[in-house]
Design a protein around this ligand. Structure first.
Ligand code: CTP
Ligand code: MG
Length: 553
C-alpha cells in the first residue's frame, strides 16, 4: 500500500509530489536568498493557522464534497486533508477563527444511555451521516494522507533503485521527513492542548519544539511541546502610568521548579479528565525537566508537555537555522539518524544510548570541521545578530542571527556520498577519550570530565548533551562507524553494479548489524555472501506477498 501511494506521489503532478518534497520549514521558497522566513515568523504563522483549524472524526466512508459543503456553512475553508488514525479524521482550516465559534454553537454535547459526558467544548468533533446508506453512493470517498513512514524492507528496496549514494541519501530524507500535513497536525494538536491550559491561564501558548519544528523531524517522531506562560502580563507592564503601580495578588512557592511542577500537575489532571482524545496521561514531575507524557489518540502523536523550556525552543531554532543554511545538513542528518536506529544505536526507550539530538549535533560539528566549512559556528551566528536578536535565557546568552540572508553560503562543494563516508571515518577515529564536541566554537576542546563522550550543550555550556551514554554504547558506535566507512569505501573501489537485487551504498548500511559484522570480518569477499542472499530472498518474498495482498484487496 505504501508503494502504491509513494508511486502516486511521484507520478502525479501538482500538489501530491510537493507534499513529499517540500522541506518542512513552512517557508515558501527555502534556499532562495531574500525569501527565507525567520524561525519566529514560521512559528507565528503556523500557530495562527492552527487556531483557525479543527479536527473531526469522520465515518469510515465519508462523501468529501458533501462534508465540505456542510462545513462551509460556517465560513470559508482555506485548507483541508484527511488521515487515518483510529478511524478517518479530517483537519479543516477556516479562513477566520469566528467560523469555529459558529460551528461550536451548532454542535451538540452527546448524551449516552450509560455513559456521561464531561461537557468540554473543544475544537475536536465527531461528525455522523444522518442517513448513511443514501449518501455514500453519490460522493467520492476521501483520500488519506500518509502519517507514518515505510518499513525498513520497503525503504531498502527503494534505495536500491536510486542512481547513486547521493541519490539514496536524498531519497531517504524525502521519504522519512514529516510532510506538510503532518506539521499542520502537530501545530493543531498543540493548539488543542493550549485551549485546555488556557482555561487556567488565558494568555498562555503551547509551542511545539524539538524535531517537530527544527526541520529534522521524521514521520512518527514524538511531539515535544511546552507551555509558555512568559508572555502573560508582558503588555500590561506599559500601562502602569500614574501614581500607583498595580500588581496581581499571586500565590508564591519557594522555587521556579516547584511552580512548574504544580502547574504541570494541574494541567496533567485536566488532560486526563477533560482532554478529548488524550489517553495514558503520565506525570513525570521529578525528572530534571518535569513533564506530562500522554498519547493524543486522534492524531497518533506521543506527546511530552513541559513548561518553562525556552532554551529547548532556542536549540530548535539553532537546528532550524543549520537545516535551512545548506541542504546537505538535513540530508546527512536523516541518513545518520536512520542508520543509528537500524543499528540499534538509538532507541525509543530512554537509556545509556545516543539520542537523535546528540547525533544531529555530531553531524553539525562534522560539517563545521570540513575544509572549507559547510556551516559556521554558533559564535559566528551570534556575531552576525542584530540588536533585535539579543536573547538571554536563565543567564545564558542564546543570541542568534534571525535574518539568514546575512550568512554567506559555503564555498565547500563536497557531495553527500563523500560526506557520508567521511562522517563515519571522522567519528570512527575521533579522540573521544580526550576531546569534547563543541559546536559553539566549531572546534574540539579538552574534555571537562570523564564521561565517555562529551557533547557540549549549545546554550548551557556546563551540560553534556550525551551524559547518559556509557562506554559500551560509545564503543558500539565507533565500531559501527568504522565498519560503515569501510563498506562504503570498498564499494567505491569495486564499482559494483547498482542493482535493485542487492543492497548497495546506503542501503547496505541499513542491514542488521550482524550482517555488516560478517562482512567486516571477511574483507575482500564483497557483499553478496550467503546471509545477504537470504535477506534479499526474504525481501523479495515480502514484496511478492504484499503485491498479492494489494491485488486481492
Ligand atoms: N534537548 C536538550 N538536551 C538534551 C535532550 C533534548 O536540549 N539532552 C532538547 C533539544 O532541543 C531537543 C528537544 O529537547 O530537540 C527534544 O528532545 P528529544 O525529543 O529527545 O529530541 P528531538 O530533537 O525532538 O528528536 P526525536 O526525533 O528523537 O524526538
Ligand atoms: Mg522529540
Amino acid at each position: 500500500r505504501f508503494f502504491d501511494s509513494f508511486h502516486r506521489h511521484l507520478s502525479s503532478p501538482g500538489t501530491a509530489i510537493l507534499k513529499r518534497e517540500e522541506p518542512p520549514t513552512g517557508s515558501e521558497e527555502p534556499g532562495l536568498p531574500g525569501n527565507r522566513k525567520t524561525f519566529s515568523e514560521v512559528q507565528k504563522e503556523r500557530h495562527e493557522q492552527a487556531q483557525r483549524s479543527i479536527l473531526i472524526s469522520c465515518p469510515k466512508k465519508v462523501p468529501e464534497k458533501r462534508l465540505l459543503k456542510h462545513l462551509c456553512q460556517h465560513g470559508e475553508i482555506t485548507n483541508h486533508f484527511f488521515f487515518e488514525s483510529f478511524g478517518i479524521h479530517a483537519v479543516i482550516e477556516y479562513s477566520k477563527k469566528e467560523s469555529i465559534a459558529s460551528l461550536q454553537d451548532s454542535t451538540f454535547i452527546p448524551h449516552g444511555e450509560t455513559e456521561f459526558p464531561i461537557p468540554f467544548k473543544s475544537r475536536f468533533f465527531n461528525i455522523n451521516l444522518k442517513n448513511p446508506s443514501n449518501q455514500i453512493s453519490d460522493g467520492t470517498l476521501v483520500q488519506c494522507s500518509d502519517q507514518s513512514s515505510p518499513s525498513n524492507v520497503d525503504l531498502v528496496e527503494m534505495l536500491c533503485n536510486a542512481e547513486s549514494v547521493e541519490g539514496q541519501i536524498i531519497t531517504l530524507m524525502r521519504i522519512l521527513q514529516v510532510t506538510e500535513e503532518n506539521i499542520r497536525l502537530r501545530y493543531l494538536t498543540c493548539s488543542l492542548i493550549e485551549d485546555i491550559a488556557a482555561a487556567y491561564f488565558p494568555a498562555c501558548t503551547v509551542k511545539p519544539f524539538g524535531s517537530s519544528v527544527n526541520s529534522f523531524g521524521k514521520l512518527g517522531c514524538d511531539l515535544d511541546m511546552f507551555l509558555d506562560l512568559d508572555d502573560i502580563g508582558k503588555n500590561s507592564a506599559a500601562k502602569t502610568a500614574g501614581s500607583f503601580s498595580m500588581e496581581y495578588q499571586v500565590k508564591n512557592v519557594s522555587s521556579e521548579r516547584w511552580a512548574t511542577q504544580k502547574i504541570l500537575s494541574v494541567i496533567g489532571e485536566c488532560l486526563d479528565n477533560f482532554g478529548p482524545g488524550c489517553v495514558s496521561v503520565q506525570k513525570i514531575l521529578h525528572a530534571r525537566c518535569p513533564l506530562v507524557r500522554f498519547s493524543h489518540q486522534a492524531s497518533g502523536f506521543q506527546c511530552d508537555l513541559t513548561a518553562n523550556n525556552r532554551i529547548a525552543l532556542k536549540s530548535s531554532e539553532l537546528l532550524y537555522i543549520y537545516g535551512t543554511l545548506d541542504s546537505r545538513v538535513r540530508a546527512l542528518a536523516f541518513s545518520v539518524r536512520y542508520w543509528a536506529r537500524q543499528q540499534a544505536l538509538t532507541s525509543s526507550i530512554p537509556g545509556a544510548w545516543l539520542t537523535n539530538f546528540s547525533l544531529t549535533i555530531m553531524v553539525i560539528f562534522f560539517l563545521q570541521k570540513r575544509s572549507p566549512p559547510i556551516i559556521p559556528s554558533i559564535d559566528y551566528l551570534k556575531n552576525l545578530a542584530g540588536a533585535e536578536d539579543k536573547c538571554i535565557i536563565e543567564g545564558n546568552d542564546c543570541t542568534l542571527v534571525s535574518n539568514l540572508d546575512r550568512i554567506k553560503p559555503s564555498l565547500n562543494t563536497e557531495t553527500l556520498d563523500i560526506l557520508l563516508c567521511q562522517f563515519f571515518e571522522y567519528f570512527g577515529n575521533f579522540a573521544f577519550n580526550k576531546n569534547s564536541i563543541n559546536i559553539r566554537k566549531g572546534k574540539e576542546q579538552n574534555k571537562p570530565d570523564s564521561s565517555p563522550i562529551y557533547i557540549q550543550n549549545p546554550f548551557e555550556p556546563t551540560l553534556n548533551v550525551s551524559r547518559n551514554v556509557n562506554e559500551n554504547q560509545l564503543e558500539r558506535f565507533v565500531h559501527l562507524a568504522r565498519e560503515s566507512a569501510w563498506i562504503l569505501q570498498q564499494e567505491d573501489k569495486s564499482q559494483l553494479s547498482k542493482s535493485s537485487s542487492h543492497p548497495w551504498g546506503l542501503a547496505a548500511l541499513l542491514l542488521p548489524s550482524g550482517l555488516n559484522k560478517s562482512k567486516a570480518k571477511k574483507p575482500g569477499k564483497g557483499p553478496t555472501n550467503e546471509t545477504i542472499r537470504k535477506l534479499l530472498e526474504s525481501i523479495k518474498a515480502d514484496s511478492a506477498k504484499r503485491s498479492t495482498a494489494t491485488r486481492e484487496k
